[in-house]
Design a protein. Sequence first.
Length: 323
Amino acid sequence: MVVNLLHKGKIGLAPMEGVIDALTRDLLTRQPGFDWTVTEFVRVVDTRLPPRVFYKHCPELQQRPVATPSGIPVHLQLLGSVPSALAENARQALALGAISVDLNFGCPAKLVNRHDGGASLLRQPERVYQAVRAVADALAGEIPVTAKIRLGFANRRLAVTCAQATQAGGAARLVVHGRTRDEGYRPPAHWEWIGKVRHHVDIPVVANGDIWTLEDYWKARTLSGCRDVMLGRSALADPWLAPRIRHWQETGERLPETTWAMRASVLQEYAEHQRQQLPDRVVVSLVKQWLAQMRQGNAEAEQHFQRLKRVTDLDILLDSLVP
């Protein structure tokens, strides 16, 4: 019975500020695995942002369908705390062709939280409700509004209340990262708490956090009871994780583990695309940033990171990725 459940779930690609951009979304969705992606957040303060800001974060808006080159839908995310400003920018997103608007109540970054954004709103569920309600009213059912939360700010006391606030505000789907803001990304993610949240809302809940392997996927779905999951850092660490999960869902077979040559090929293609528009020194930094993500749980990637971390020339870096 559990196996039947696990063979039906969808997989989303989580947004990561400064990391997962349109190119990364393209590279990570070329193999069958992901069902939808979400952009880095568009920061909303108090004004209606011009189209160029939306196109910067979501260049896929300039094409139809709004999707990666492989056809995987791209959803636009907003981050802010002023309901009227969020509503105005949601209308702007709709006018530009967005297929949904996702609201970020999960970002743990100190700078974002100091400026009254992201997870800071989880301390006051009523503010979560007001933000979602304003956006849902602005969109008037033309496209869905969704939301992402953590289990709380400093503790999990308001986790259920915040989830209920998103539903009451009009959210059609809720992603829950299984940690509080203060827990950051320290393991473990509390998948069982995502399950507690799920039992108190009627909208679909998506489990997010610490899904690094096929075994983690099984555990996260089992403990949370969620049908769908979202991958973030783990998709960067292993670009074949989502395809591995999808293959297992469809066949019951386990694909071989991702080799270093496979990981290196993604980094090389990423760099070749980036260097067409960015200085080499910036591309070196971006490649190392991705390589650093690949170290998670992979001793071989760790060895290559240590070997390459002081290389500053892009051509040498790319030539040295595979010894």
